[in-house]
Design a protein around this ligand. Structure first.
Ligand SMILES: O=C(O)c1ccccc1N[C@@H]1O[C@H](COP(=O)(O)O)[C@@H](O)[C@H]1O
Length: 215
């Protein structure tokens, strides 16, 4: 999120996590001090998440001081040992993002069990992309049937109003996450598209008993 308006809209629609991106090549990048201000209305209503990619300790020091995140989303190739070190340094829960193309990619979860607090499964970046995430591409959700049912995760990667219902129906994912799927241009979130995404999620999550037809 890069603007107060989009933060407000996502909160109003019931977002449980609001992310701020600190990968400098990203069109979603925000300066840590600006992110700290944007996060103020989020505190106590949703989790403030810092999205980082193989961050140095200096970068983390600055982000943690200025944003005061509830969670760190580690979206690079951080090893289990590095995740443990980061958790020990700041005492902040970690979402470990893993990119998925095959069942072997999903098996990488095992090394992080008991270390990462939650997982986020994203697609592998397309060839040539400079971004490790935020590429608007999905992976084969059917692969998630291989996952141990106790793993707490968020499904990510190319989710938008048109496919999030099918993604939820197919995977029963405990959470969904989107970035480019609610943007009118790279890095430009659309209030209408945020609404449409939440509408689609609500529709997908409606208990069957309330979606029956009226005769
Ligand atoms: O969005 C980015 O530019 C980005 C850069 C570096 C790491 C992660 C990034 N985005 C995250 O990727 C997922 C999926 O995004 P999308 O829905 O496919 O656009 C999401 O968690 C973004 O925050």
């Amino acid at each position: 999120m890069k603007t107060p308006e989009t933060v407000e809209r996502a909160l109003k629609r019931g977002a449980t996590h609001i992310g701020f991106n600190f990968f400098q090549k990203s069109p979603r990048y925000v300066e840590p001090d600006i992110a700290g201000k944007l996060a103020e209305p989020v505190r106590g209503k949703a989790k403030v998440v810092a999205v980082v990619v193989d961050p140095s300790n200096d970068d983390l020091d600055e982000i943690v001081a200025l944003l005061r995140p509830d969670m760190l989303q580690l979206h690079g190739s951080e090893s289990p040992e590095r995740v443990l070190t980061i958790k020990a340094m700041y005492g902040i829960p970690v979402i470990k993002a893993l990119s998925v193309r095959s069942t072997d990619d999903l098996k990488r979860v095992e090394a992080y069990i008991g270390i990462a607090d939650r997982f986020l499964f994203d697609a592998k970046p397309p060839k040539g992309s400079e971004l490790p995430g935020g590429n608007g591409v999905s992976f084969d959700w059917g692969l998630l049937t291989w996952l141990d049912g106790n793993v707490d995760y968020m499904l990510s990667g190319g989710l938008n109003k048109a496919n999030v219902g099918q993604a939820l129906a197919m995977t029963k994912a405990p959470g969904v996450d989107t970035a480019s799927g609610v943007e009118s241009a790279p890095g430009v979130k659309s209030l209408d598209m945020i609404d449409e995404f939440f509408d689609a999620v609500e529709q997908a999550c409606m208990p069957e008993t309330t979606t029956g037809s009226v005769n």
